[in-house]
Design a protein around this ligand. Sequence first.
Ligand code: NCD
Length: 311
Amino acid sequence: MMMGNPFKNRDVVSIKDFSKDDLLYLFGVADRIENLSEKERGHLLEGKILGYLFFEPSTRTRLSFEAAMLWLGGKCLGFAEPRTSSVEKGENLADTIRTVENYVDVVVIRHYKDGAAKFAAEVSNKPIINGGSGTEEHPTQAMTDLYTIIKEKGVIDGLKIGILGDLKYGRTVYSLLYALSLFNVKIKLISHPMLRVRREIFFDLEKKIALSEHDNVEEVLPELDVLYVTRVQKERFPDLAEYEKVRSSYVVNLKILQKAKEDLIILHPLPRVDEISYEVDSSRYARYFKQTLYGKKLRAALLSSILDAKV
Ligand code: NCD
């Protein structure tokens, strides 16, 4: 029997609101959409509109949602730059949401404040998707990351996964860690001591999943099946002098990768600044641009599930 659709009309605010079965359901939908004929796929979200409210810069999140919607025959409207909206005149978030929800079927919001997506979901009568909230969460990136791992490695359970970079301010890291905690994996957290995972979250995660902390990527690289790299989140540092101390503390290059397993895969939510050398892009390990394509497919699955299209 087919499982009921656990995403119907649902907000996607935190990855913690979803179970392993929910995620596996979503990956199944993504696969099924891919296998539809072009004609069937192009009608799935016909007549539906996605609204996007982006209070922070974005390339992949916004464009992959838009691409997914267009791929399935839907339409999009919104702003990628709040200065072009009435936010610039002082309109508050609640009033912006109450207006936009009258024009669309589902809303994706990115905001620099922690809690903004949760607040939007409380105010809105239409489903709200969190496209990144402050330093807190980026649930659809974590869904994309897990979908990429399943597609590229065939499994998630049993893998050793290294997460390298700015583990303190990177919101993708938090959502990814909670998503991975639903699986049986071993996680190596690799960072400069000043960029470690926030303590309250580390202690919470430690109860759910095997975690260890390391300063140096070379130390753990030979054991890893997946290496997830993130950039230093310059815009989140309260003090830029602190950013200067850590900005170039790690670089993944071909020399370091000589110690990697043959079938290691490297992921990155992107944007990359200088933490992965360009020479790695054409190596057998790189999957970060393929990951952006999985991002479109995953978001297509998410939108069609929330809007209850029959896939
Ligand atoms: C990330 C973000 O916005 O948190 N980008 C993304 O959506 N893929 C990562 C980052 O900005 O470093």
